[in-house]
Design a protein around this ligand. Structure first.
Ligand SMILES: [Zn+2]
Length: 207
């Protein structure tokens, strides 16, 4: 259990972050959401939304990077990891977590996000994949949100079962083999070059 002071401090931080990071038209809604949570439910709200770990005030993203939190990681680069959001807004909703705890994600994290964005696009064929950043507890992460209808980062989060998440994770891990038919490479040598360039950038996969 966090103390009242700690909860007040966390709430203040969250509100600050919304005020400085959210687009103007989203601010009111997000602030209302936070302010509508009753005080005695606030810790529960933080845990449910993955903002803190129970009994732990440490940065959740650092815990994930350090492997101290179970996660559905499906790709990794030198600077970042790609994992599924535990309460996804849509199928394949992922986050890129820079390994360094910083208010500003390094440019390599954004390059990595572009690669992962394409992987999500090819695996699940949404209309598009939106990229947005979020800073929680001073750790900037990148959201990759597949849009199938008209989802936004403020759409309702779904409660995904671990089984569903694992299935999505597997699909994203096995993307490479399935998505590059040999035929295409033979017919379009240009495409092959792009693919091999990309392979160079691809993070090593988790075993
Ligand atoms: Zn951190």
């Amino acid at each position: 259990m966090l103390s009242d002071d700690e909860l007040t401090e966390i709430k203040k931080k969250l509100i600050d972050q919304i005020n400085s990071n959210f687009p103007e038209d989203k601010k009111t809604e997000a602030l209302e959401k936070i302010n509508s949570v009753p005080e005695d439910k606030f810790e529960e709200f933080l845990i449910q939304n993955n903002l803190i770990q129970e009994g732990d005030q440490k940065c959740i993203f650092c815990s994930i990077v350090e492997g101290k939190m179970p996660t559905n990681k499906f790709a990794e680069s030198e600077h970042s990891i790609a994992t599924l959001d535990i309460n996804p807004i849509s199928k394949g909703h992922s986050i890129i977590i820079p390994k360094v705890h910083s208010k500003e994600a390094p440019k390599e994290a954004f390059e990595f996000a572009e690669i992962i964005k394409e992987r999500i696009q090819k695996t699940f064929s949404p209309k598009k994949v939106d990229i947005s950043t979020a800073t929680i507890f001073d750790h900037e992460i990148i959201n990759l949100l597949p849009i199938y209808e008209n989802e936004t980062m403020n759409s309702e989060k779904q409660k995904a079962t671990q089984e569903e998440l694992q299935k999505t994770q597997k699909e994203l891990i096995s993307f490479k083999e399935e998505e590059i038919p040999k035929k295409e490479i033979i017919e379009e040598p240009k495409e092959e070059k792009i693919i091999s360039d990309k392979t160079h950038w691809l993070p090593k996969r988790i075993p």
